[in-house]
Design a protein around this ligand. Sequence first.
Ligand SMILES: Cc1ncc(COP(=O)(O)O)c(C=O)c1O
Length: 421
Amino acid sequence: MAQLAVSGGPRLRQDPFPSWPQWGDADKEALTATLDSGHWGGYPPPSPRAAQFEQEFAAYHDSAHAVTLASGTDALMVALRGAGIGPGDEVIVPALTFIASASAILLVGATPVFVDVDPTTYCIKTTGSGGIEAATTNRTRGILPVHLGSRMANMSWIDDFADRKDLLVVEDCAHMHGGAWDGKGIGSSSTCAAFSFQASKLLTAGEGGAISTNDAELAEKARYFINSGRLGPMDPIRRQALGWSMRLTEFQAALLHSQFVRMVEEQAPVRERNKARLHSRLGDLAGVEVLRIDARETRRSGYAYIFKYLEDQHEGVSLSLFTKALRAEGIPCSGSMYQPVYKNPLFPLSEAGVPLFQDHLEGTVDYREVLCPESERAAYHENVWIPHEVFLGSLKDTDDIADAIEKVINNLDELRGGSAK
Ligand SMILES: Cc1ncc(COP(=O)(O)O)c(C=O)c1O
């Protein structure tokens, strides 16, 4: 008789897990008060609600300034531009990430240089072949580390290396709201950081983003980049720089404030407690592997819990078959969250091996030659992503996830050559 739900057996988990986003009276009141205020837009920036949220968000991350704006991609672009990165500059970025980490570099006219990930954390690799050190040239101007899932890039090494080589560091914190590395809020040790408040993120207003920095000049530049290039909030003397229009609305700012309070006070402690439980359960399970938690991750956070399905130990059962079986047991998960960015159809599309509309890169780089084996192994054969909201329930919910993973691992034989393919 079949054991696995995917092959007709009983489903381990019947009840749904917590969904996302979550809201309550505080959010409704914040939105209604904004409506009644008649001040809906973000002009002149920062508007009152945006200013309040920026202050609390920056303080929580130990940064002097935060600037809110329309999206995480915009935050990366503004951060890069504000730091002075542009055409001719190379920026080192991990291959295993969302496309925006690399496309933001292209959008400011600079060149993304892909490096591999550390197989123990899936975050950017620092030393050895395929790491940051080996990829650094005299054209390198910056490093864009990504804190992926629930793990943090090794900021101690990156900041130290960047200091020695005089490089800028723009952290992609789209997955890491509220995190801290080595006692300091994430993003506060480097040039600046970019956050996303897109609908699936740990902190959301439907859409939105922010940069955080300790550099007052950079924050000032970010303010005019997002405000149509006005050099002062209302530009009384009509001085103008080149800028985009990326202001956040006051509705988004109001929601970000109430959601931020909920995230810090209610959600993060539950989420991290439950993730720690799953981590310890999976640590004892043969056939899967957990990612390494660095002791310097002093305030943990994370957009998703990622573990490794060891496909090469399970002949005939691919990663996609494993995640399909796990979903059939009632566990939300994905085995194909990101592909290495250089495999994305944007890279390479032209004959010259550069992305479309990026002819100015011709002769400087050829993305057809890029190979990051650890990123490919993670993306195609190993990584299993469980979304953050699933961890907002009870310890029993989390035990169901661990039990389901164990159940599938113990019954992989049912998947070999069977109809579940
Ligand atoms: C790692 C990473 N960087 C950047 C972004 C871009 O954020 P947004 O969608 O708000 O532009 C996202 C998510 O969407 C992301 O996951």
